[in-house]
Design a protein around this ligand. Structure first.
Ligand code: NAP
Ligand code: MG
Length: 403
């Protein structure tokens, strides 16, 4: 078979530890034999980030803006322990944070559903994609512990005019908190959500507590609605999808009873909490993909999990690992499919879909990694090591390609 060609490059961001090992295996076994991979390679491994004073992360984000599509391996976010382990010059920032800020993007997380790994919520038949607004609110708050006295909200405009509102007259000890968001950030969030709904042809749900927070949360609701009416309504109608706003309480109740198959956009805190609930209910972090979508329509695909450090240390000791590569494979297929879509490269899109199918078929046939074997309802399961699982997927892929 002739290898599939790619006219435009894809930005490839390599990473750390066990996922870096999987990355290489995936490329060698599942991609390079079939595709003339055209990638612009950035090594975001911590060693190279440290060597370049993290410039490589900024360069990779700029390349993503240029080419429109990136695929990223999990990377270490340095902490005190890593400073020593890697002899770092500085405690470099989270690459995901840097890239998200550069692209002004929103992260969408979607579970990969296979037969035999059933969600805890039995009526969930299709994936629920969660979008979290990743700016402001309680994550950029100012807090105080106070004694008895008067707490006020004070705003000073650019001309020095003050506006005051009473928060509370304290009779004894208490706590206060100030937080903010910007219309610009909320608009970018809304735009990314509408774009991603169109791109994946799924309904979009959005929920806040606007009945209680009549100015703060209501502004989120209004910005979404205005943008929808002005720019997205017709496009949604053409794709036969809907935008649906409801109160957060009602959304939670409806989500539990739904069969899935939609995108749920949440404010920062709601998204933080709900994404953990949704992902654990679907089974495994190793089966969760993540895509960063910018308001201008740039896409960066990755696995939702980290570098699987514990497995990497076993691997370094020469012990066998059974690390699940599914989310990383789906990061590649997501990116290849999007590249194909943007370039009108049907062969590439078809290959991406086939590789996803091969991955799902492999698990459904009972061949899987240990994390899945522990939670599957399938019987007669074969637990494979990291390498053999990828080889088993290659086998399924060869069968599909031969058909
Ligand atoms: P993690 O890498 O997600 O792994 C936590 C645990 O979850 C693992 O020890 C393993 O459990 C299980 N697990 C996760 N992915 C798995 C997979 N593909 N296959 C099988 N089991 C899997 O989180 P972490 O250990 O807390 O973080 C390690 C490093 O990753 C940190 O340096 C952190 O900064 C980084 N991180 C990066 C990203 C990113 O780049 N997007 C995201 C999160 C964390 P068992 O050990 O029980 O088998
Ligand atoms: Mg959380």
């Amino acid at each position: 078979m002739e290898k599939i060609k790619m006219s435009t490059p894809l930005v490839e961001m390599d990473g750390d530890e066990m996922t870096r090992i999987l990355w290489k295996m995936i490329k060698e076994e599942l991609l390079e034999p079939y595709i003339e991979l055209n990638t612009e390679y950035y090594d975001l491994g911590l060693v190279h980030r440290n060597e370049t004073n993290d410039q490589v992360t900024i360069d990779s984000a700029n390349a993503t803006k240029k080419y429109g599509v990136a695929v990223k391996c999990a990377t270490i976010t340095p902490n005190q322990a890593r400073m020593g382990e890697y002899n770092l010059k500085e405690m470099w920032k989270s690459p995901n944070g840097t890239i998200r800020a550069a692209l002004d993007g929103t992260v969408f997380r979607t579970p990969i559903i296979v037969k035999g790994i059933e969600p805890c919520v039995k009526n969930w038949k299709k994936p629920i994609t969660l979008a979290r607004h990743a700016y402001g609110d309680v994550y950029k708050n100012t807090e105080m512990k106070v004694p008895a006295g008067k707490a006020e909200l004070v705003f000073t405009d650019e001309n020095g005019n003050e506006t005051r509102k009473l928060i509370h007259e304290f009779k004894g000890d208490g706590i206060i908190q100030g937080m903010h968001n910007t219309n610009e950030s909320i608009t970018s969030f809304a735009r990314s959500c509408f774009n991603y709904a169109l791109s994946t042809k799924q309904d979009l749900w959005f929920s806040t507590k606007d009945t209680i927070s009549k100015l703060y949360d209501h502004t989120f609701k209004d910005i979404f609605q205005d943008l929808y009416d002005k720019e997205y309504k017709e496009k949604f109608q053409q794709e036969n999808i809907t935008y649906f706003y409801t109160l957060i309480d009602d959304a939670v109740a409806r989500v539990m009873k739904s069969e899935g198959g939609f995108i749920w956009a949440c404010k920062n805190y709601d998204g933080d909490v709900m994404s953990d609930m949704v992902s654990s209910a679907f089974g495994s972090l190793a089966m969760m993909t993540s895509v960063l979508v910018s308001p201008s329509g740039v896409y960066e695909y990755e696995a939702a999990h980290g570098t699987v450090q514990r497995h990497y240390y076993k691997h370094l000791k020469g012990e066998e690992t059974s690390t699940n590569s599914v989310a990383t494979i789906f990061a590649w297929t997501g990116a290849l499919n999007k590249r194909g879509e943007l370039d009108g490269n049907l062969d590439l899109q078809e290959f991406a879909k086939m590789l996803e199918q091969a991955t799902i078929q492999t698990i459904e046939s009972g061949k899987m990694t240990k994390d899945l074997a522990l939670i599957t309802s399938l019987e007669n399961v074969t637990v494979l090591n990291s390498q053999d699982f990828i080889k088993a997927i290659k086998n399924s892929l060869e069968n599909l390609l031969a058909q």
